[in-house]
Design a protein around this ligand. Structure first.
Ligand SMILES: Cc1cc2nc3c(=O)[nH]c(=O)nc-3n(C[C@H](O)[C@H](O)[C@H](O)COP(=O)(O)OP(=O)(O)OC[C@H]3O[C@@H](n4cnc5c(N)ncnc54)[C@H](O)[C@@H]3O)c2cc1C
Length: 477
């Protein structure tokens, strides 16, 4: 626990009303979207300017106190929780859109701006910020940068990294660096690329310059339903193999459709379907029409039992309703929801999904799958009751087995939710000792005291040895 002197200095920087230390109020900051990974911060502080962030960072460096950046706390890998004895720097009050430059199609924002609020602001100008995490009505752009977040439309337009032009970053010694440039590529080493996805371990982002697109002129949505998941996955592979690039290619299984029905907000998807695919196309009308027709033929050929098409915005919304409502519906099945994130090669989807089902069935857990099929990015969702320790144990065991299954199928640890503490101890399954050591060296260059989100992302030999994940391999086979 930091000293009384530290807390006094903290309050003098930030003011007592923006420095939360009351244990009751700190409950709200104990976890992020992964509710079984909890730590209580020593304090949660809410800065309103870069200068305040710098002062906080310098104070923590002097007192050796760990510091974790936090946006909306929707992170699904335990990355937005405090480290032992550490504080949370919560960016939700730094929420100004600093500049909209329509001529150069860019925007400069503070990190606490909510993703969907940016889109709403840009819409009247005919501009769009493309990365659209399903949490976009809550998550912040700072958090999106921290995780290099994706979303349904990232298959065509790229994840957050593809839209970040420049960043203003407070380093662990309190200095400020500007990475990247509003004009795009620079000759210098790509510090911007290093910071994006570094989960707050290298610096705290205080301003973000983002590239914008024009809102697409035409959009067309397809909904295909299947009697079995294997045929749906074959449809996905056929579309991608034909060189067609939809702007979204999402999948839901029968368990998700059932959850939607049970939620009282039915999706309208065929109830007897074992899987549905949602595809979207954007661009010029003739190209959109040609791609949709080619994709429809391939989807039918793979065994689609129904195929619906929508071009006007109300009809398209109707087709998206189930996908948009999926997490909410699953959230109603039980008090807690473990949203996992792994990736397998697209060609392995049909093989891996039934095995994930079997893992959860054998452990007596309730599973539903909704995922970014076009990218092979799976989200096995397990509904459970966190008050039941035995069930929590089984959920964690299922997580282990699913991660190992996906890696064995040639996949990667995370598609978009990051590593955090959830997957930290699996890093040696993906990276050799030399690669991990190079990552640690790099981190030390930025943060010699290892105070920025210290227990996240990279395993340390000590942490591995003390890990709560007994009996699991921790080195690459
Ligand atoms: C229902 C649901 C659906 C989701 N869907 C998606 C999805 O489709 N795609 C996807 O990618 N994710 C998704 N997520 C996960 C999550 O919303 C994203 O990771 C999001 O980017 C987190 O934003 P946040 O503001 O909540 O950040 P937080 O959770 O607060 O923080 C995330 C990480 O960023 C770091 N961080 C935060 N602010 C800063 C900063 N200013 N400087 C440096 N580091 C910082 C934190 O330390 C942490 O490591 C979903 C989550 C939920 C609950």
């Amino acid at each position: 626990m930091p000293s009384a002197e530290f807390f006094a200095a903290l309050r003098s920087i930030i003011g007592p009303e923006r420095c939360i230390t009351d244990p009751g109020l700190l409950l709200a900051y104990e976890c992020d979207g992964i509710t079984h990974l909890r730590t209580t911060p020593s304090a949660a502080v809410l800065p309103e300017s870069r200068e305040e962030v710098q002062a906080l960072v310098r104070l923590c460096a002097t007192h050796g106190v760990p510091i974790t950046g936090r946006g909306a706390g929707t992170c699904l890998s335990g990355g937005a929780t405090a480290s032992a004895g550490g504080i949370l720097v919560v960016f939700t009050r730094m929420k100004r859109i600093l500049k909209v430059d329509a001529a150069n199609r860019l925007v400069v924002v503070e990190p606490g701006v909510v993703n969907a609020r940016l889109s709403e602001t840009l819409r009247p100008l005919g501009l769009a910020y493309m990365p659209d995490p399903s949490s976009q009505t809550a998550c912040t752009l700072g958090g999106n940068v921290g995780e290099n977040s994706g979303g349904p439309h990232c298959i065509k337009h790229g994840a957050t990294s593809a839209s970040v032009l420049a960043l203003e970053v407070v380093l662990p010694d309190g200095s400020v660096v500007n990475c990247g440039h509003a004009r795009g590529r620079t000759a210098a080493p790509d510090l911007r690329g290093l910071i994006v996805g570094s989960e707050g371990t290298l610096g705290l982002v205080t301003a973000i310059t983002l590239h914008l697109e024009r809102i697409p002129r035409h959009e067309l949505t397809l909904l295909a339903s299947y009697r079995d998941m294997r045929s749906a996955c074959e449809g996905v592979s056929a579309v991608i193999a034909a060189g067609i690039l939809p702007s979204a290619l999402e999948a839901l299984d029968d368990r998700t459709i059932a959850a939607l029905e049970a939620s009282g907000k039915p999706s309208g998807y065929p109830r007897d379907a074992a899987a549905v695919l949602l595809l979207e196309f954007d661009g010029e009308a003739s190209a959109v029409r040609a791609e949709a027709e080619a994709a429809s033929a391939l989807l039918r050929n793979a065994g689609a039992i129904t195929l619906e098409e929508a071009t006007d915005s109300e009809q398209r919304k109707r087709l998206w309703k189930g996908r948009k409502g999926a997490f909410g519906a699953m959230g109603r099945l039980a008090p807690d929801l473990y949203v996992m994130d792994t990736v397998v090669p697209r060609s392995k989807l049909a093989e891996v999904l039934p095995q994930i089902g079997r893992i959860c069935d054998q452990l007596g857990l309730r599973l539903a799958n909704v995922f970014h099929a076009g990218e092979g990015n799976l989200h096995p969702n397990i509904s459970y009751d966190g008050r039941n320790p035995d069930e929590v144990k089984r959920v964690i065991e299922a997580g282990h087995q699913i991660v190992e299954l996906c890696l064995a199928a040639g996949g990667v640890l995370s598609g978009e939710h990051g590593i955090g503490t959830e997957k930290r101890d699996y890093m040696p399954l993906m990276f050799g000792a030399d690669s991990l050591s190079a990552m640690r060296d790099l981190r030390e260059v930025f943060d010699p005291q290892t105070l920025f989100n210290p227990d996240k992302l990279l395993p340390t030999p000590r942490i591995c040895a003390e890990s709560g994940f007994p009996g699991k391999p921790r080195t690459r086979p």
